[in-house]
Design a protein around this ligand. Structure first.
Ligand SMILES: Cc1cc2nc3c(=O)[nH]c(=O)nc-3n(C[C@H](O)[C@H](O)[C@H](O)COP(=O)(O)OP(=O)(O)OC[C@H]3O[C@@H](n4cnc5c(N)ncnc54)[C@H](O)[C@@H]3O)c2cc1C
Length: 155
């Protein structure tokens, strides 16, 4: 499943109020390279890995370290909501307001459970502005075309 949708603010299902941040909803088949490319057209980026070929499912359920994690935290810290199918076949929306225990577990524990206890179908994530200029910090930089997206997100 592919598909990306960007938002100026995001309303998690079942929550009383919206989260006032740019966000993206991604189908589970998306890879980071496509996310960076489409986000860059909106002057946005996201906390993701450097290689463009990594998928969102394993990266975000496994925690997710990024070149910009020093500023924003891990990839899984950015997750606002997931749509998942459980081992019993139920399709659930999980966020801070409903199925919060599963929401907590899926942001980091994913790779420890094999087979996974839920499959992510769709996932919504905070986006960061990529319009800021790079001061300088010392990073281990992979020699990769996606790094400029991350570099632009640094203050
Ligand atoms: C070249 C390379 C560079 C990397 N760089 C980084 C990095 O910079 N930072 C970092 O944190 N990690 C990095 N990784 C590790 C990467 O995040 C993990 O390997 C991650 O599991 C890849 O996820 P995937 O969905 O692409 O892989 P897959 O092989 O498809 O999945 C890996 C595991 O994730 C789980 N999974 C996948 N999709 C779903 C889903 N939809 N729902 C539930 N579970 C799912 C499954 O249990 C599966 O066994 C890198 C890996 C590679 C190969």
């Amino acid at each position: 499943m592919r598909g990306l949708q960007f938002y100026q603010s995001f309303q998690p299902k079942g929550c009383q109020s919206a989260v006032y941040t740019t966000a993206v909803t991604m189908a589970a088949g998306e890879q980071w390279g496509d996310i960076y490319a489409q986000a860059a057209q909106l002057n946005l980026t996201a906390v993701g890995p450097t290689p463009s070929s990594v998928g969102i499912g394993g990266y975000l359920t496994g925690g997710g370290h990024s070149a910009i994690s020093g500023l924003y935290g891990t990839g899984s810290d950015q997750v606002l909501e997931m749509e998942v199918v459980t081992a019993s076949g139920d399709i659930l929306t999980v966020n801070e307001c409903q199925n919060a225990d599963l929401f907590w577990a899926l942001r980091g524990v994913g790779l420890l459970s094999d087979p996974p206890f839920s499959l992510v179908l769709r996932l919504s994530l905070i986006c960061q502005s990529s319009g800021r200029r790079l001061n300088f910090r010392c990073y281990h930089v992979h020699n990769h075309q996606d790094f400029p997206n991350h570099a632009n997100a640094l203050p």
